[in-house]
Design a protein around this ligand. Sequence first.
Ligand code: FE2
Ligand code: FE2
Length: 157
Amino acid sequence: MESRAKYLELTGRFQTRVAAMDAEHQRLVDIINHMYELYQNEGTEEELFAVLDELLEYGAHHFADEEAYMAKNGVPTLEVHRRIHKDLIEQVVLLKGRLQSGEEGVGEYTFKFLQNWLMGHIVGTDIKEYGMNEPSVSDLSDDELQQLANSLENKRN
Ligand SMILES: [Fe+2]
Ligand SMILES: [Fe+2]
């Protein structure tokens, strides 16, 4: 199995060092891990849709909080960042539609995409733009580099 999927963990390199944002990222990680768990244990479609809805709802809440934090701190990249968030929400809505239409393999694709997106976004965008601890790429483990590379690949597709 070529899957690299596993439970996500917000280790130090994935922390922005802004406590409120790290707590919200943790909740997003928990939701995506729940999705992974459903996949592993062949959860029902209803369970999967419920988690996706939770993600959409909590994701929107986090994005709004994060954008407010960035605005308050005068982070200059706010508008582009806002567009990236909006884009993700749109992609998740589209994926949900594909899942609802019963398309094969979309469930697995969805949580892998979300795992890569979230971790890549936290390292490559959140931490870079407002984090208190900008890590250098040379600090990343092989797994984290792979996650970052996957997320960049997803952005291109
Ligand atoms: Fe963000
Ligand atoms: Fe974030």
